[in-house]
Design a protein around this ligand. Sequence first.
Ligand SMILES: [Zn+2]
Ligand SMILES: [Zn+2]
Ligand SMILES: [Zn+2]
Length: 80
Amino acid sequence: MATNFSEVFKLSETDTCSTVTHVDWPTRQYDTTCSQRALAVCQKCEQPLCAVHVEICPTCKGEFCEGCLFEHQGGPELVQ
Ligand SMILES: [Zn+2]
Ligand SMILES: [Zn+2]
Ligand SMILES: [Zn+2]
């Protein structure tokens, strides 16, 4: 899945993934920002996404974050 990331978005060398991950240790829980090197940008909310957190729409091959892909696929504007 880590191939063919489009370069139409203006990602800089220093952009990092802004996905927040919930870490659930036995002793404590906290939220941490992914901070891996961003390779894609969500087409909807434009947040930088790393290879792990980018989701590709199977219909239009668009790149989205998890939440936006869900909205995108559930919305009325599905591209066939
Ligand atoms: Zn998004
Ligand atoms: Zn990430
Ligand atoms: Zn789509």
